[in-house]
Design a protein around this ligand. Structure first.
Ligand code: DX5
Ligand code: ZN
Length: 210
């Protein structure tokens, strides 16, 4: 079964608790929290306090995606706040030290690759990362179109022998998820395609059957 992680970037920022509760009651597996530093990506989103409040209010695993040039500056704060999984981008350099820190705090660690970054760049982390995140859009905004080149990269990551979770993020909809799943995806981040739905519960039931 593909795990579904709604991305709160597509939720109503004025009614975040209401929208996260809707997703949790609809049967989502994780909640995806995008953290943007206005440097690594041209956008700004979500502070450690948002994760802390979500942690206090919900028991669902919090999947924190750090789109930051210097995640080390806030890593402890996100871990203290209760992140279940913290993902950093491979493009910022050697992240093995960050993965160690995440594990020392008892959380799971992920490594993300932008669409243009080859699968090869995940090789140093295949043993240490519980999750590899293959970005299916250029990071920074929701509502973009899925980059189909990445479907092949997901296959390549599995062909490297990776047995952990492979997550894709950006432009995922019900009609393009089956092909991603066939190529080895195990977790789907979905923002716009889920939060615009009236009946999120029936949709997630269908997605879990893919
Ligand atoms: C983009 C973010 C994604 C985004 C997904 O940089 O990492 O999580 O919110 O949103 P959709 O599903 O609308 O593309
Ligand atoms: Zn994300």
């Amino acid at each position: 079964m593909i795990k579904i992680a709604p991305s709160i970037l597509a939720a109503d920022p004025i009614n975040l608790e209401r929208d996260v509760r809707r997703a949790v009651e609809a049967g989502c597996d994780w909640i995806h929290v995008d953290v943007m530093d206005a440097h690594f990506v041209p956008n700004l989103a979500y502070a450690p306090d948002t994760v802390r409040r979500l942690r206090k209010t919900f028991s669902v695993p919090l999947d924190v995606h750090l789109m930051m040039d210097h995640p080390e500056t806030l890593l402890d704060a996100f871990l203290d706040a209760g992140a279940s999984l913290v993902t950093v981008h491979a493009e910022i350099g050697d992240v093995s030290g960050l993965l160690r820190k995440i594990h020392e705090a008892g959380a799971a660690a992920g490594v993300a690759l932008k669409p243009g970054t080859p699968a090869e760049n995940a090789k140093p982390y295949l043993e240490d990362a519980e999750l590899l995140l293959a970005m299916t859009v250029e990071p920074g905004f929701g509502g973009q179109k899925l980059d189909e080149r990445v479907i092949r990269k997901i296959r390549e990551l599995r062909d490297l022998g990776y047995k952990g979770e492979i997550e894709a993020d950006g432009g995922i909809r019900e009609d393009n998820l089956p092909e991603l799943a066939e190529n080895g995806l195990s977790v789907a981040v979905m923002g716009t395609a889920l939060f615009r739905l009236e009946d999120m519960k029936t949709a997630i039931e269908r997605l879990h059957r893919i």
